[in-house]
Design a protein around this ligand. Structure first.
Ligand code: DGL
Length: 263
């Protein structure tokens, strides 16, 4: 029997888009959600400092929660920290989240794909390598958004968002070239699926929005199934941990709505 939770980590509320998919396919599991809200937003962090911060945080998180598996539900972190985390904590399986460039390149009909992400993710060598390895025949536009993650945080806490601001952030994703148009936008930040309806509403034309959350949850499950364990899972509340140690009431309410006890 395993009593060890699955730990889902992000800089803020974005990882909840992965948690909700994980819960659908592993309803019997217990989850610990960790938001590094003291470090939010990750988009502007210098790579080596961000890496060092996250590796350091996990010393405490692993000691306290003893997770059976960790999902880094954040592109900005995953594109830079996975190797360091695996080296520092070899006994813990880590699943990362990286821009869904390969599936987008396979699915596009027009050959024009955009990747919407934080400024950190679009700068990463990891992201450039994905394009080189899987999308050489496709025109990929990388769009670094300064504000969308924060807009998603506001939307989730307050229930409203400035649609004109969303329109402005997504506008560069829409490209017209030789009579062809962008037909796929990769949501390469886990915060963005929460704004998907607003994006659809403010987009200049319809596109496919790729949200990798379900694929990440499936990957986590496939690894968990290879680990030795029993079949019964204990009852116990899922919890949300904030590195600030100080979530406000709106955040606590939001977590409660996701079935998480905020700490
Ligand atoms: N949710 C994070 C991601 O997937 C980043 C949000 C941020 O910290 O700016 O990239």
């Amino acid at each position: 029997m395993t009593e060890r939770p699955v730990l889902v980590f992000d800089s803020g509320i974005g990882g909840l888009s992965v948690l909700r998919e994980a819960r659908v396919i592993m309803p019997e599991r217990r989850f610990v959600y960790v938001a590094d809200d003291a470090g939010f937003p990750y988009g502007a962090w210098e790579e080596s400092k961000l890496c060092a911060r996250i590796v350091r945080l996990f010393a405490g998180l692993i000691a306290e929660h003893d997770p059976e598996l960790v999902i880094i539900a954040c592109n900005t972190a995953s594109t830079v920290v996975m190797a360091d985390l695996r080296a520092a904590y070899p006994a813990t399986p880590f699943v990362g989240t990286v821009p869904a460039i390969k599936p987008a390149a396979e699915r596009t009909s027009s050959g024009l794909v955009s990747v919407l992400a934080t400024p950190g993710t679009v700068k990463r060598q990891y992201t450039r390598d994905l394009i080189r390895d899987y999308a050489t025949l496709v025109h990929v536009r990388l769009v670094g958004s300064e504000n969308l993650a924060a807009l998603a945080e506001t939307y989730m806490r307050r229930g409203f968002v400035d649609e004109e601001a969303v329109r402005a952030e997504i506008a560069p994703c829409f490209v017209e070239l030789d009579g062809r148009r962008t037909d796929i936008v990769v949501l390469a930040c886990t915060h963005y699926p929460f704004l998907a309806n607003r994006m659809r509403k403010t987009a200049p034309w319809p596109v496919d929005w790729i949200d990798p959350a379900e694929a990440i949850a499936r990957r986590a499950l496939s690894i968990l199934e290879t680990l030795p364990q029993g079949t019964a899972f204990p009852e116990g509340p899922d919890v949300a941990v904030f590195t600030s140690g100080n979530p406000d009431q709106q955040l606590k309410r939001l977590m409660h709505g996701f079935g998480l006890q905020a700490r």
